[in-house]
Design a protein around this ligand. Structure first.
Ligand SMILES: *[C@@H]1O[C@H](CO)[C@@H](O)[C@H](O)[C@H]1NC(C)=O
Ligand SMILES: *[C@@H]1O[C@H](CO)[C@@H](O)[C@H](O)[C@H]1NC(C)=O
Ligand SMILES: *[C@@H]1O[C@H](CO)[C@@H](O)[C@H](O)[C@H]1NC(C)=O
Length: 308
């Protein structure tokens, strides 16, 4: 591929359920949880297209707003998506967090719906309009189990949570709490919830999170809100381990990969014609393509392991 000049690698989509795939590579730092739905999709190819389009739509909104919703497709595999970054992330950190969501999300396939949580952002995709839901049967707390503290930490963490929750309720669904340098908390509701939905969800989340005490860390991934307390200052940890250059490259890559619609790439590669194959990679096949404006691109098509 070295002779292929002006090569722009476009990672179209990772669609795989292959359990042999090293999840650990994707589920690296800051990954919290992946939850699958309970209904599988009908048409793998259409689902892939709907999913890509959905993520593209959401990404354009997330870039400017830390939040986006989108519905794509039709018929039985119509899908509704929502992604949100917590306010403490910068624009670039949010874009990176979103790209991680997109990478991990297909692990819930072939279920049509799923949720992915990272520290910093989350994604939810469902087969119905879920935007106003506050609580669900699978909502639960994830407790850290490395350090146990005494009553002083329990009191501080409790106060930090109360502060975060009351700020979130007063300030449009997002709040932070700090107790000197011993306890930190963050509360965030889906932007689609109204004030009473947010309150209902956070009051449940507070009660759940308290059950994690006296452990050093508690996270509650509720259907309509998120609450976290910690003994570590996690605000500003979004860019940890990432220098300016790699952040710049990453955001450029996200931009280039998401600025193309599936149909555009299919056209550029002659519907992924075997004649345009450049090679097989670990995750899928790379095709050579020519865009309408004459630019040559390499398109990496990442396959879903279709179990149907
Ligand atoms: C799937 O989950 C939804 C809500 O989470 C529930 O209403 C429905 O009954 C479930 N369906 C099955 C087949 O379990
Ligand atoms: C703490 O959690 C980790 C990961 O879930 C688990 O492997 C480990 O056994 C747990 N340790 C204790 C003491 O519960
Ligand atoms: C939070 O709501 C869920 C779903 O309704 C419920 O199962 C759970 O018991 C509630 N948790 C608390 C602490 O109230």
């Amino acid at each position: 591929m070295g002779s292929f000049r002006g090569l722009a690698l476009i990672v179209l989509l990772i669609l795989t359920c292959s359990p042999s795939l090293t999840r650990s590579a994707e589920l690296e730092s800051n990954f919290v949880e992946l939850r699958c739905g309970n209904r599988t999709f009908h048409n793998a190819r259409m689902t892939a297209i709907y999913f890509t389009d959905n993520m593209e739509n959401i990404y354009t909104k997330v870039q400017s707003n830390h939040f986006g919703i989108s519905s794509t497709g039709s018929g039985p595999d119509k899908m509704y998506g929502l992604a949100q970054c917590y306010n403490y992330l910068s624009q670039v950190e949010c874009a990176l967090c979103f790209s991680r969501l997109c990478t991990v999300a297909p692990f819930y396939f072939p279920d049509i719906s799923g949720r992915v949580y990272f520290d910093g952002c989350f994604l939810r995709v469902k087969d119905y309009r879920f935007y106003r839901e506050t609580l669900g049967p699978t909502d639960h707390a994830i407790c850290g189990n490395s350090t146990r503290y005494g009553p002083a930490f329990m009191a501080s963490a409790g106060k930090a949570m109360v502060a975060a929750v009351s700020k979130a309720e007063a300030n449009g669904g997002y709040g932070e709490g700090r107790e000197s340098s011993s306890a930190y908390a963050m509360a965030s509701c889906l932007r689609t919830l109204d004030a009473s939905g947010c309150r209902e969800c956070l009051s449940n989340a507070s009660a759940s999170a308290r059950r994690c005490l006296p452990w050093s860390e508690g996270r509650v991934d509720n259907t309509g809100c998120f609450l976290r307390y910690s003994d570590t200052d996690f605000f500003g940890s979004g860019s940890k381990g990432m220098n300016k250059v790699s952040m710049k490259m990453a955001s450029a890559l996200i931009k280039s990969s998401l600025n193309f619609k599936y149909s555009t790439l299919a056209k550029a590669t002659g519907s992924f014609d075997a004649a345009n194959k450049l090679g097989e990679g670990g995750f899928g096949t790379v095709y050579k393509g020519v865009l309408v404006d004459g630019r040559e691109v390499a398109v990496k098509r990442l396959f879903m392991n279709n179990r149907h």
